[in-house]
Design a protein around this ligand. Structure first.
Ligand code: NAD
Length: 274
């Protein structure tokens, strides 16, 4: 079965890679791809824009109108893949609900109102939120959960590195790793997280520092430290190619296609312990 993909933000770093992989895949098709109104990509052929052969579909400036033009865009199994910004995601949650599309959210850095909107939407459509769509970081979350439970006395700190243009800090992946570690110790991340440390005070025992470093073209690195007296365990994932997020997103979209309404995770897609 072909999975139809609705793709906002096709001109973004991730949007472009996802469009390329959709056009090159044999079991996914592009329902519509959009860019911000006035963006240079609008009106160009999606294939040409992605450095591939022309595909006959133009980049639109309004995803909903783009979907209107496609016969069967609301057909069962279509998935909207959102790697944009919190403001655009808010609009796309409504659009996916309205169209009965599955929703795969890769966008990070949104607040509680959008988190609630995602929960509400999952009563009507299948929703998968993945701060990181690649396999390695999701396995890292499972390993973090295991280590946090197995080493209850270890001081846990997380450090992430990303390119200079990343807006949100700490990264969504670092926060997901923090949640995994905190939940393994029956704690809420909000109760233990520290994102800045300065001045004259010592670390509290349950505190968990999560720090972002920004610069250059770093695709993404995450290290979870487990500090004990006399030894230290470090679990690290290094992404060197952004295409791993795009192929992971497509894998998740295929998996999500046609599922009943509800909340799903990358652990479900990858068969990892949740
Ligand atoms: P980017 O800035 O390159 O792309 C964002 C896209 O959103 C652009 O195409 C931009 O034009 C579009 N956009 C913004 N405002 C818009 C509007 N008003 N209307 C239509 N389009 C609009 O960013 P990026 O590096 O591609 O990352 C996007 C998001 O994905 C970020 O939140 C990032 O943290 C996240 N991300 C997630 C993963 C993952 O695996 N889940 C991986 C990489 C990045």
């Amino acid at each position: 079965m072909t999975t139809g993909i609705a793709l906002p933000g096709v001109n973004g770093r991730m949007g472009k890679l996802i469009a390329q992989q959709v056009l090159e895949s044999e079991d996914c098709s592009l329902l519509a791809a959009s860019a911000r109104p006035g963006n240079y990509a609008v009106g160009t052929d999606v294939g040409v824009f992605c450095g591939l052969a022309a595909c006959g579909q133009l980049v639109v400036d309004d995803l909903e109108r783009g979907l209107d033009a496609v016969h069967g865009a609301s057909a069962t199994g279509g998935v909207l893949i959102d790697f944009t910004s919190p403001a655009v995601l808010e609009i796309n949650i409504r659009l996916a609900r309205h169209r009965g599309l599955g929703l795969l959210v890769g966008t990070t850095g949104y607040g509680p109102a959008i988190a609630t909107a995602l929960d509400d939407a999952s009563a009507q459509i299948p929703v998968l939120v993945a701060a990181n769509c690649a396999a390695g970081p999701n396995l890292l979350a499972s390993l973090t959960r295991l280590a946090a439970a197995a080493l209850p006395d270890a001081d846990i700190e997380i450090v992430e590195l990303h390119h200079r243009r990343k807006r949100d800090a700490p990264s969504g992946t670092a926060l997901a790793l923090g949640r995994a570690a905190a939940s393994a110790r029956n704690r809420a991340l909000d109760d233990v997280i520290t994102t800045a440390r300065s001045g004259d005070r010592v670390r509290e025992q349950q505190e968990m520092g999560i720090f972002g470093v920004r610069g250059g073209d770093v695709v993404g690195e995450h290290t979870v430290y487990f500090f004990l007296d006399g030894e230290r365990l470090e679990l690290t994932h290094r992404a060197t190619d952004r295409r791993i997020f795009a192929s992971g997103a497509l894998r998740a979209a295929r998996w999500l296609s046609g599922r009943p309404p509800g909340r799903y995770t990358m652990a479900d897609v990858l068969g990892l312990p949740g």
